[in-house]
Design a protein around this ligand. Structure first.
Ligand code: 13P
Length: 236
């Protein structure tokens, strides 16, 4: 069964998020779709949503704290208000644009795993590393597991090559399978692929060996496209 996750990043308002989630929820119910679907809205759009058990709302980020003085961040006090128990950690945009270090990411992982959160943990290499070949790519990706408990029970991994994110350049199948195969041999956890996944390629990608689903940005922000993505993968 495919796992399909939508990362809204900095898109959608509180109102459009609510409409989107309710619409996806109705779609899953009326089509009896049992795939595991996740939606990660912006923090400002988090709320209590009445969803079926296979539609989970998570947070794109939170600080490793219950509350305190961390301007611009949220902690578990804010997440508990909406019973949010799912978090994305290690996304490349947080690593590269927001400057989160592996040590900070590991601290966040430890904090949220201690609380039993479902964690979607993202890894992936930039273009200059990919160009050095598969061995360097794996070396780079393995370093992103420093300080991370790979045996954590509520862990889902997402391999998102940085050069394929938001660029329209999807990794070719062998780029995906070579990394997924290597990761799967070391870590027995569900493994998603992310990076320019679209309506037209999601079924093929999710059918590849070692791919358990997709983490999608751009193509998932459009409601009709996201529903089509769910439809295209519902029987995998
Ligand atoms: P795109 O689907 O826009 O390439 O983004 C992928 C991603 O970063 C999901 O977390």
């Amino acid at each position: 069964m495919a796992i399909i996750a939508s990362n809204f990043k900095t898109n959608h308002t509180r109102k459009s998020t609510k409409d989107f989630i309710n619409n996806v929820n109705d779609f899953l119910t009326s089509n009896s779709i049992i795939s595991d679907v996740y939606i990660f809205p912006t923090s400002t759009a988090l709320d209590t949503f009445d969803t079926v058990s296979n539609l989970t709302i998570g947070t794109q980020n939170a600080y490793a704290t219950a509350k305190g003085s961390y301007t611009g961040e949220i902690g578990t006090e804010q997440l508990d208000e909406f019973k949010i128990q799912t978090i994305l950690i290690g996304h490349s945009e947080r690593r590269h644009i927001l400057g989160e270090s592996q040590a900070e990411i590991a601290k966040k992982f430890a904090f949220y795993s201690e609380l039993g959160y479902k964690i979607i943990y993202c890894i992936g290499e930039p273009l200059e590393v990919k160009e050095q070949g598969i061995e360097k790519t794996l070396e780079y990706v393995y370093e992103q597991f420093i300080g991370i408990d790979i045996n954590y029970k509520n862990l889902i991994l997402a391999y998102e090559p940085v050069w394929a994110i938001g660029t329209g350049i999807t990794a070719i199948n062998t780029d995906i399978t070579s990394v997924h195969k290597a990761l799967k041999s070391k870590i027995k956890k569900p493994l998603l692929y992310g990076g320019s996944v679209k309506v037209t390629n999601v079924e093929e990608i999710c059918s590849l060996d070692g791919v358990d689903g997709a983490l999608i940005g751009t193509a998932s922000w459009n409601l009709e496209d996201f529903k089509q993505i769910i439809k295209n993968t519902k029987d995998l």
